[in-house]
Design a protein around this ligand. Sequence first.
Ligand code: AHR
Length: 481
Amino acid sequence: SLPCDLYAAGGTPCVAAHSTTRALYSAYNGPLYQVKRASDGATRDIGVLSTGGYADAAAQDAFCARTSCLITVIYDQSGRGNHLTQAPPGGFNGPAAGGYDNLAEASAAPVTVGGHKAYGVFIAPGTGYRNNNTHGIATGDQPEGMYAVLDGSHYNGGCCFDYGNAETSGLDTGNGHMEAIYFGNIKVWGYGTGNGPWVMADLENGLFSGVNAGYNANDPSVSHRFLTAVVKGGPNQWAIRAGNAQSGGLSTYYSGPRPNVSGYNPMKKEGAIILGIGGDNSNGSAGTFYEGVMTSGYPSDATENAVQANIDAAGYTAPAPAGGLTVGSKVSLRATTSCCTNDFLRHNSADSNAVIAPVTSSSPAADKAAATWTVRAGLGDASCVSFESADRPGQYLRHYDYRLRVDSNDGSALFRQDATFCPQAGHNGQGVSLRSANYPSDFVRHFDYNAYIAGDGGSHDWDSATAWADDTSWAVASPWA
Ligand code: AHR
């Protein structure tokens, strides 16, 4: 049985079921999510490989070949039509047109589930999904449960990476108007032991780690690569539970009465659904979502334990990094566009800007060294990479104003993000494409012999759709130095 079969058997059926990786009912045979590609704006539903099975990620790869795709819809498998789409403006505007939030890049969170390739929903700051017109989701003080499987290594301290129940207006309408899973290390409201990240409940105007506003000693920092997070709530009773989504059970971090501050008993849930944002469309948060549900009724621990056993059995694993970029090795990166197949990514000698230029075996040693990079674990995300200059130790390839250059690591979080690139199969079928960790629509690109991070079509010259797939594909070559 799959998670929603188990919740139904427990008498607390799913009223929303979202996943980009697999069916959550053994009888589900519909679409999981919809993608939209940058090249022509066309959309395509991505379904399951078999009834009750895993996502057909190959369909996404084929549809999105040579371009990039966004996740436009995350379908509700419960039959209640509680689909998630691009979040509209609320108390805060998002960065996209009309104050909407951004949509997630469809290939930014590759994962293996049960041996099958799939993709999660990668929430960079500014990204968010919402449904303000739901059916069957708890309102007022009605009981509900929810779980989500998340990437425990992808989080930040912005408000608020949530999945669950929120205001239908997108506005902060007061304490008790939300009940959602939160994951991250913001310490503005509640927190637990260690430095985070923590699983907490976003109950509006407060992330709660237990009965107290602020610190609760039973809410530990949790960093499983795959994390199951659970929140449930009913009349003057709620709980936080979590565990490793790859093995073992759930631990209960809190179970008891509503917070000992006013406004949360009774609850005033409104029944909208959010993903990746706060109730008021705060959108500074980061995280990755693979699957999650909301139920009608307060699930028993036994039901949730059975769901956790199924999540373990689903077999979430991290995919091998793409493209032969072994940490510690030296590489040179050769352009694959037909103009430029003798050109390599290098830094200038006079300034620090990155360009492409020819290198041959008879080039001066200084030119060879400037076109050689030591692959390091990503400074901002260890599952990605950073490129340290071979001849300028301590300096890394980073973007600044979208231009690529080398700079010394100043130790800031911004630098670490700017210098981190996530490799995936090359957009033109050759080598690798290198996604910017903090601008996930943008990839390392050469344009007019200069190097940038660039999207497939966009506001800058260097986002030109012409030859984007080729210009963003790099052959990983033997190091020149
Ligand atoms: O409760 C924490 C956050 O506070 C909510 O997500 C948001 O609506 C408000 O800013």
